[in-house]
Design a protein around this ligand. Structure first.
Ligand SMILES: [Zn+2]
Length: 310
C-alpha cells in the first residue's frame, strides 16, 4: 500500500503545486491552488484536500514530499520560510504527517531541484550529482546515491552563499581589487550569489561598460555577435568556473546540472568543463556539466522523490 505513487508538493509564496508520479517516475496527475497568505490552518487544509483528491485518483495512499523555499530547522521541527508567512515558524512536517495520516518529508526547493534531476532516467546512474540554480538567486543541492545530503542545517549545497574566492576578482578583470562586495539576499557581503545570479550577470556588465542592461538583453546581444557581450560572457563563464572548481574539489561530483534562468544560455556550456579543469588538481577530470532536463517540473518531481528508493 502506498508504495506505488509519489506526491510532490511545491509550496511557493503564491501557489501550491502538486505533481503525482507513478513508480516509473512519470507524472500522471497535477493540480495547483493558491497559497493562503497568512492562514496556517488553511494551508494545511489545502494540502490535505489535494492529497486526498490524489488518493482518490490513484486508488491508493501515495507518499508525500514537500519542497519549500526555506529551510527545515531540525532542532525544533519548525520551518524557516520568509516567502510563506503562513508557514513561517510552524511545525509543518509534524502537523502535515498527522493531518495526512502518513510520514511527510520536507526539504528545501534547491535540494528538490537537484533530486529531480538526479532521478532523470540517464542521470540516475551517477552516484554524486550537484544541482545548481543560476536564476534570481543562486541555489544548489547535492545528491548522493539518490538522496539529498542535507547536512546539519539543511544548508549543504547552498552554493550562492559560499565566499567569493580571491582569484575571482582577477577573473572579473576588475582593476585594483577594490570593488565593493554587493549585499547578498542573506544580509552578508562577499557571497557568490550577487555575482553569479541573473542580477549578478547584469552587475558585471555595469561594472565594465557603465551601462544598465538586463541579463536577457545581454544574452540577445551575444547572439547578435556583439563583441562586448561576447567578452562579458567569457568573464561570467570564467567566474562560474573558478567558483565551481571549489565545489568540485570538495565533493568531486560525477555530474553537474544547471537550472534557473541563466542555465538556458547555451554559450555558457561551451568550453566550461575545460575551463573548470584548469582550477582542479592536475589529475582530476571535470564532470559533465549539463542543462537541467526537468525544468519547472523540478519542484514537484524532486519533492515527490524525497521518498523514492526506500
Ligand atoms: Zn549570501
Amino acid at each position: 500500500m502506498g508504495n506505488n505513487f509519489y506526491y510532490g508538493f511545491d509550496v511557493g509564496g503564491s501557489k501550491i503545486a502538486l505533481g503525482v508520479y507513478d513508480k516509473a517516475r512519470r507524472q500522471i496527475w497535477s493540480k495547483r491552488v493558491a497559497t493562503p497568505a497568512h492562514d496556517y490552518a488553511l494551508l494545511l487544509e489545502r494540502i490535505a484536500a489535494l492529497t486526498f483528491e490524489a488518493d482518490a485518483f490513484c486508488g491508493s495512499r501515495g507518499r508525500v514530499g514537500v519542497g519549500i523555499p526555506g529551510l527545515p530547522v531540525p532542532d525544533d521541527g519548525t520551518v524557516f520560510t520568509a516567502n510563506i508567512p503562513a508557514a513561517q515558524g510552524q511545525r509543518l512536517q509534524a502537523d502535515l504527517s498527522q493531518r495526512l495520516g502518513r510520514e511527510v518529508r520536507i526539504d528545501n526547493d534547491a535540494n528538490c531541484f537537484a533530486l529531480s534531476e538526479a532521478w532523470d532516467d540517464e542521470f540516475k546512474t551517477f552516484p554524486v550529482v550537484l544541482g545548481l540554480i543560476l536564476g534570481t538567486g543562486v541555489g544548489g543541492g547535492l545528491i548522493v546515491d539518490g538522496k539529498p545530503l542535507t547536512g546539519r542545517n539543511f544548508v549543504a549545497g547552498e552554493f550562492g552563499h559560499m565566499r567569493l574566492p580571491l582569484d575571482a576578482l582577477e577573473v572579473l578583470e576588475i582593476p585594483g581589487r577594490d570593488v565593493e562586495q554587493p549585499l547578498c539576499g542573506c544580509g552578508k557581503r562577499g557571497c557568490i550569489e550577487p555575482w553569479l545570479s541573473g542580477t549578478g550577470f547584469a552587475r558585471l556588465w555595469r561594472l565594465h561598460y557603465q551601462s544598465d542592461l538586463s541579463a536577457p538583453a545581454i544574452v540577445s546581444r551575444y547572439y547578435q555577435q556583439d563583441q562586448q557581450a561576447i567578452a562579458h560572457t567569457a568573464r561570467y563563464q570564467a567566474l562560474l568556473a573558478v567558483c565551481l572548481a571549489n565545489w568540485l574539489t570538495l565533493v568531486d561530483p560525477h555530474l553537474v546540472v544547471l537550472g534557473g534562468g541563466l542555465s538556458g544560455f547555451k554559450a555558457l556550456y561551451d568550453g566550461l568543463e575545460q575551463q573548470v579543469a584548469t582550477h582542479l588538481l592536475p589529475r582530476a577530470k571535470p564532470p559533465r556539466i549539463v542543462q537541467a532536463r526537468h525544468g519547472d517540473a523540478g519542484g514537484t518531481r524532486g519533492a515527490a522523490f524525497l521518498h523514492i528508493q526506500d
